[in-house]
Design a protein around this ligand. Structure first.
Ligand code: DGL
Length: 272
């Protein structure tokens, strides 16, 4: 059996591309439709009701592309709006539970740090998933509200002192906690991995939710006979709600591949 429909992926902006990168690594033949809500980013400082409204619109948009699965490649949406998925006509994947599982597998001293947006940290979802798997785990969670704007602005180099000093200030509680494992609970954050490693050192394992999520999607599609078994390498089409040019420029860097002019289309997401 072969299912040629695309996989739908969405985020508030560029961050979900860290998940797309992992999907493209393990699912070579799959087409992907990506929506980045660049006109309304960030989500993580908004109210729960607003985030849920935006997530529902993003999902409706992807369904207009006849996708076979939807991935909320956003820690914030995964934390506060995953229950909406019960109404979706296609399988849904979030990023929080996969990150928690990877962290539990990685930690040796059972001290796990979690960083994310304010909405994600306030939801307590990572801690809930960690404690369900490892009740004795000590979890230190903190929100890093300036990380998303930094990445959206293209400021993520570990050589940039503004970036490393911002990272250092936000990660102080994590350093104090002695955590040996840190969940990057927002999909924008893997872009800052170089700067985070520079601040924390190499003894702290960083968990990129996209890695485990991509494996879970692959296993599911395989088990359900939903993989595209065609010969052709999959394509990714990008849609954004604002500023397609700056999205194209930074996305090419994040994905390590040039995105053609026609590949990023602007859509009116509020009308959905
Ligand atoms: N990538 C989103 C996340 O994983 C960023 C949220 C935001 O826009 O604040 O949480």
């Amino acid at each position: 059996m072969s299912d040629r429909r695309a996989i739908g992926v969405f985020d508030s902006g560029l961050g979900g591309l860290t998940v797309v990168k992992e999907l493209r690594r393990v699912l070579l033949n799959e087409d992907i439709v990506y929506f980045g809500d660049t006109g309304r980013v960030p989500y993580g400082t908004r109210s729960r009701d607003t985030i849920r409204k935006y997530a529902a619109q993003d999902e409706r948009f992807l369904l207009t592309h006849n996708v076979k699965a939807i991935i909320a490649a956003c820690g914030t949406v995964s934390s506060v709006a995953s229950d909406l998925a019960k109404d979706l006509p296609v399988p849904y994947f979030e990023v929080v539970s996969h990150a928690a599982k990877s962290a539990v597998n990685a930690t040796k001293n059972r001290k796990i740090g979690v960083i994310g947006t304010a909405a994600t940290i306030n939801s307590g979802q990572h801690e809930k998933h960690i404690k369900a798997l490892m009740p004795e785990a000590e979890v230190t969670a903190c929100s890093c509200s300036m990380f998303v704007p930094l990445v959206e602005e293209g400021w993520y180099s570990a050589e940039d002192i503004v970036v490393t000093e911002t990272v250092r200030r936000y990660l102080e509680p994590i350093m104090k906690s002695g955590a040996d494992t840190l969940i990057l609970g927002c999909t924008h954050y893997p872009v800052l991995s170089g700067a985070i490693k520079k601040v924390l050192g190499n003894d702290v394992t960083l968990i990129n939710a996209g890695v485990a999520t991509a494996e879970a999607v692959k296993d599911y599609l395989d088990n359900q006979g939903l993989l595209n078994n065609g010969e052709k390498i999959g394509d990714t089409d990008f849609f954004v709600s604002d500023k397609p040019d700056s999205f194209r420029r930074i996305a090419s860097v994040l994905l390590d591949s040039d995105i053609d002019d026609g590949k990023v289309e602007q859509v009116n997401i509020s009308s959905l």
